[in-house]
Design a protein around this ligand. Sequence first.
Ligand code: PLP
Length: 430
Amino acid sequence: MTLKKLFKHLPTYPHYKMNVFSGTNSIEEVKSVLSTLGSPSMLEGEDVENYHTLLKKSLESKKIYTFASGRMGFYSILKSINIQDEDEIIIPSYTCIVVPNAILYSGAKPIYCDICKDDFNIDITKIESLITEKTKVIYAQHTFGQMCNINAIMDIAHKYNLVVIEDAALALGAKCDERFAGTIGDFGYYSTDRSKVINTGLGGIVSVNNSKYTDHFENFYQRIPYLDTTLTKKIALTFIINIFTLNPYVYWLGKFINAILSKFSIMTYFLDEPYTSIKQIKNYPYPARLSNIFAKIGISQIKNLKNNILYRKNTAMYYNNIVKIYSDDYIQNEKNIFLRYSFLVTNREYWENKFSSKIDLSIWFKTIASGRNNKFEEIFYIKGSNQISEYVCDHIFNLPTHNQIKPEKLKKLLLELKNSGDIITKERVL
Ligand SMILES: Cc1ncc(COP(=O)(O)O)c(C=O)c1O
């Protein structure tokens, strides 16, 4: 980061400003991290096992494994099913860059399917035309915490004998027909970094749901290392610092402090790797397991999951009462946990600027394979091929819902947005 960039974060005046990251963590969690920081049980210890047991029970999963990030879990799933070079994996083009990258690391090729404009999930009517002899997996991503049509995807997969991997990175706790997102496909995985439903600093969870694959996955997992002590310490420290610097009352100053601490490598995050080859990842093992210190936070976070989701739903309901995008039934449906409350607008830049006085929105998924801004051919995406995804990228507006969000502070702005006519209702899309 150059000095010029650093000074961009300089606070202008003290004001209440909300952040995009998970506000679900407690002081008790900070204390537990502090007590383990630097101790012999920081990397390996019994909390990982306890976390696995709790997750298995809470999600009603057959088998649980944890990782340093969701993408590493996804990559491990691909390796465990023996993905070969040139195998094809059908994914929605409206996703995060780490998804196609993990596919490329495994040697396979991402094949992009367009999405639906209403819920931002894969368009199930377009999947079958993409299936070839090389197709091995259909990737069922539950975008922004709204579940995709997983039952229809399972039917297609059965018909063509394909593996279903659910991406529940953004949908921990969502449920369809009494089963949790991530436990319905052959495999499912979750992300638990600071922007997700629960925050363990960093983290990923894999649920192996089809017993046909348990032995292979177990064998692969046994060979996976932990992150090293220095990196684990740094990430744990980042978790602690963030609890204070991301607080809305000091966020105007916190952002600047974060920028300085990151510049001097006192704090660190897993950024979305821009790479297309696993060999380019130099700073940490890929894949790596979740360190014990973070499992401890996970246990506390999972115990609070119901309240966490309830808060998110209430926040979504508040937004919805003003902007009226979805029906009340849709908001209340247990399929949708609303990690982000998302809709389409014209004139997005204008509204982003307006909202930025009250909240750091950092709107998600503004490009195909979010995080990549050019050279789409490197990830095998052909510009113009999935028009609805591209349209949604240009118009998406999404608001966080976590515990630190006080939606009433956005009331005036939301009313202004609603009255402006800039919200693209379903009738006006495309
Ligand atoms: C849709 C989606 N899937 C997977 C991931 C990967 O999660 P992680 O960052 O823990 O690797 C992300 C990350 O934000 C994501 O947005």
